[in-house]
Design a protein around this ligand. Sequence first.
Ligand code: MRU
Length: 366
Amino acid sequence: MSTDAETIRYRAAAGESPAAVDLLDQTRIPAELVRLECTDLAQLHDAIVRLVVRGAPAIGIAAAYGVTLAPIDPASNPDSIRQCYYDAIEYLATSRPTAVNLFWALNRMRGIVESTEDAAIGELPPRLIEEARAIHEEDREMCRAMGRNAAPLLRDAKTVLTHCNAGGLATAQYGTALAPIYYLHENGHTLNVYADETRPLMQGARLTAWELSQAGIPVTVCTDSMAGSLMQRGLVDAVIVGSDRIAENGDVANKIGTYPLAVIAHYHNVPFYVVAPTNTFDLELQSGDLIPIEQRSEDEVRYTLGANSAVHAEGRMAVPREASVINPAFDVTPAELVAAIVTEQGVIERPTREKVQQHFAAITNP
Ligand code: MRU
């Protein structure tokens, strides 16, 4: 991806110009490539809510940089400075509820605030920038590792199907579910990809199709309702998706429409793979029914491309006013439907609570 298409950039304050979190505006892709500079917390919060930046890891990275935009007064006392950062963290945490990466990244930033003593309070702003940059860079490396770890699962595949966007646009680079597709492509094995359009906001049609095309990977957009028929006709060798939160028992929350895909894949004996970094696991939640599911504006369903809401200003009315609308943004796929979860640390085949616990135990005690 060219530098212009980098998902997130950070510009430190210099002279008169304030610090900025500079985002590729994903609500405009593929119509145009424009960037949005957020120089205060409210702008960044709004950008996360509107999906200017979206995808679990990218939300975490953007929010981490966002903490550095807290309006601190360097002349005030250490407790007030710390409180200002805590308030910023609390506020950014209210932007979106499902992707646990947001809270994970904000907790890392909180750790820096907590561990900076009064005598070093002047060092806090650069330390926070350094931590956000580390979170950003680590994500790039984890995506690369996930690509390497998941690639062998697709060695014999010709065509895969994915849902939503779990690519470079959703992460620092490479993506999660798309990372093995890029990795294999670089190593001479180019897969054909079906991208579910992903109603209602069309992340698959707009974003996955755009970024795979940029990389020269053949991609065919299908409506969400076509996936079953494609599998029935033997046209899909594997389904591969990302995740916003994985419970301790291996249940996986991802974009609405993922669960029915897993059910159809199971029926057709097509392996259903989930690729996600370890910071997408929420080991405090014993099962997927405890994962909070974001409910978004009904206008995203009422109007094509979500007029008056996240994506497009000129959508057409698609639902009569008299009808009510529901718009949960995510669903939960039970672990028993998952062939493997791939992290930057390795592969959890046929995930269960015990195997998830073993995966994390091996990281803590290598
Ligand atoms: O609402 P979005 O676009 O933020 O939803 C994104 C997804 O559901 C992705 O599949 C998930 O965050 C994994 S991204 C690597």
